[in-house]
Design a protein around this ligand. Sequence first.
Ligand code: AQP
Length: 321
Amino acid sequence: MPRLSGVTPSGHIHLGNHLGAVARWAAERAPDDLFFISDMHAMTVSYRPSTLRTLTRESFAVLVAAGIDTDSVFVQSDLAGELGALNWVLECTCSYGEAARMIQFKEKAGEQQSVRLGLLTYPALMAADILLQGATEVPVGSDQDQHVELARTLARRFNSEYGEVFAVPRATVAPTAARILDLSDPTRKMAKSAGSSVGVVQVLDEPDLVRRKVRRAVTDDLGTVRYAPDDQPGVSNLLEILGACRATTPYGLAAEYSSYGALKEATAEAVIEHLRPVRERTKELLADPDELDRSRARGATRAADRAQPRLSAALRLAGLR
Ligand code: AQP
């Protein structure tokens, strides 16, 4: 059952991306799985090309450093030709209403003065990412469920209108750490695009900085360590993080700590130890740009080889070529 998932280089990879996605992909990886850096998705909002290039490289290195095999990671734009072609076919399979209904589009469009057309059509590109590789499982956070549902709809519609070519994918959501919250504002999720990095632990943060960020985490004035996400979101978030780092559930951990200070210390040290090998390996990889380029080329070749027959078949069935 090939899995496919990606990270958008819209900022530095953070603890939420790592615990909820990257570390899990690495731990559960199978030979057929593919993971990618979705640099084309980062263009749906205003961005700087040089920053995008740097973040793409850094994100690629983090995925490899986390333990994903180099030929299982690729950069989306290395397949820009194949994806661009299938994207158009899928845009022409999707209705305007279906795209405009996407919650993420409504939320992100609402925040901007000038909305890029790509923000509306990006779920079709995401469907192209998934369908091109024949992925049957797409591990995502709950906010991406709707996009995978659209990919399912488009696969089924294309298959029935033009001919069977696409596997119908399904989303799988992580059972734990699926929504790590911002340490300074536990009402929202930890995000790359957060206005301030005070509550966002980045995978490449130095240990001292991690310690400071965790110590300053917003909790509450109840004074009891309990896993109760609705009543104590800050404390529960720390327990969730600690549990994910120790590969255990947050419930049992609560009883081990009698003060918020002790919980914060334990969480900071667990995060530092959890991230240490990834941070150190990422630095080594970034220091060897030639090897990184070779790895990137290997991933791109494998992804393109896997995509080509399906793309040709889809274009033929759609009456092209
Ligand atoms: N806070 C989070 N907790 C757990 N998992 C998370 N993911 C993202 N944030 C958290 C998961 O990380 C994977 C890659 O995410 P993405 O790059 O596709 O973008 P995103 O979900 O939009 O992540 P961000 O960090 O919030 O970026 P911005 O601020 O640019 O929107 C996904 O599997 C995601 O679920």
